[in-house]
Design a binder for this molecule. Structure first.
Ligand code: PLP
Length: 397
């Protein structure tokens, strides 16, 4: 390989490290849960998984996945439309659609792919996408792949959204689609869906919600932010993942009206040109959905943990972003500060991740903590003590 090119990459990496932005991957040697074991034998309280209901290591889901391997084998070795569609895939699609109150749903290898295939398929250069500035990277990339005109509004700023909608109308666009995260993953706040849907109605727009951080644990029966906020069926398109609350393996979906799903099956490139979901993942996700729908006890525990942790950190003097989802960001400013606190917590047996540029804006580094129903009161209290102790040592509080 050309030496000049490798030298260039090495210099880029050195620069990333010098700025305190280097991400290091730690190795876990146990299943994902409220407490996890590391390769070096240490046990840690885990505050950074998207394992909101604690289903990642659920015995019934493991069993369903194992049975599917026995019955259907390991992999499909095909995309869906060639010879990759199992009865299991259709069952999961119909279960997702029923759960979210839509006509039908379509599976993808990940929600990243769902968002990657959605916009390009449904919209052309005659149309407009009006996107929240804080939307997930996969929405941003998906929007980039489409030819639709792009409008951006400041996060959850309804005046700005209205301004952008007016502009899109003035520009003579044919169809308009508002795209938003249901829960903003780095900040933890919920999109103002009733207001968004009202504006959509006024300016003739459709509404798409990426509910990755809500499906399964927020709203009645865990049906997500449309149902949590009362916007319900006014949200036209919901995208989501099986890689978080719903078992945490992998896979994404889009749920919407029949013609939307039918056209995506014909045209969405990540669907047409990528492998079908493995049987174990499909059956496990199906079981996870069934469990999540009935899991009011787990949702209650998740919310109790959330309130307990938030109240204790606030009392200790931490700066938190406001909100009431299980995403609780502890704000620290510069990347190095977030890295230092994460390292100090690691020493104290608490597993967290510092988030900094480019995942969040410069100067807005944070430790994003996430609550889980897999955590017990003792785990939450242990984490609060560790946070307090470590932050005092570093002069953060
Ligand atoms: C996690 C996440 C995704 C990506 O989901 P995958 O299934 O892991 O690809 C997309 N959008 C949002 C808002 C997310 O939080």
């Amino acid at each position: 390989m050309q030496a000049g090119f490798l030298d260039h990459l090495t210099a880029t990496l050195a620069d990333i490290e010098a700025q305190g932005l280097l991400k290091r991957e730690r190795q876990i040697a146990t299943p994902q849960s409220g407490r996890i074991g590391l390769r070096d034998g240490r046990r840690m309280v885990n505050l950074c998984a998207n394992n909101y209901l604690g289903l990642a290591d659920n015995a019934e889901i493991r069993m369903a996945a194992a049975e599917a391997i026995g019955e259907y084998g390991f992999g499909m070795a095909s995309v869906r439309f060639i010879c990759g569609t199992l009865d299991l895939h259709r069952e999961l699609e119909q279960a997702v659609a029923r759960y979210l109150g839509k006509d039908d749903a379509i599976l993808f290898a990940a929600c990243f792919d769902a968002n990657g295939g959605l916009f390009e398929t449904l919209l052309t250069d005659a149309d407009a996408i009006i996107s929240d500035a804080l939307n997930h990277a996969s929405i941003i990339d998906g929007v980039r792949l489409s030819k639709a005109r792009r409008y951006r509004y400041a996060t959850s700023d309804m005046d700005d959204l209205e301004t952008q909608l007016k502009q899109a109308v003035a520009d003579g666009t044919r169809f308009r689609l508002i795209a938003t995260d249901g829960v903003f993953s780095m900040d933890g706040h919920v999109a103002k869906l009733p207001e968004i849907c009202a504006l959509a109605e006024r300016y003739g727009a459709l509404v798409m919600v990426d509910d990755c951080h809500a499906t399964g644990h927020l709203g009645p029966q865990g049906r997500g932010t449309p149902h949590l906020t009362g916007a319900g069926g006014k949200v036209d398109i919901v995208t989501g993942t099986f890689g978080k609350t719903l078992g945490g393996a992998m896979g994404g979906f889009i749920a919407a009206a029949q013609p939307v799903i039918d056209l995506l099956r014909q045209r969405a490139r990540p669907y047409l040109f990528s492998n079908a979901l493995a049987p174990a993942v499909t059956a496990g996700s199906l079981k996870a959905l069934e469990i999540a729908e009935a899991a009011d006890d787990l949702r209650k525990k998740l919310m109790r943990n959330t309130q307990r942790f938030r109240a204790a950190l606030t009392a200790a003097g931490f700066e938190l972003l406001p909100g009431d989802t299980p995403i609780i960001p502890v704000m620290l400013g510069e990347a190095q500060r977030a890295q230092d606190l994460a390292a100090a917590l690691d020493k104290r047996g608490v597993y967290v991740a510092g988030f900094f540029y480019p995942v969040v804006p410069k100067g807005r580094a944070r430790i994003r903590t996430q609550m889980s129903a897999a955590l017990d009161d003792e785990d939450v209290d242990f984490a609060v003590d560790a946070f307090t102790d470590a932050a005092r040592e570093l002069g953060v509080i």
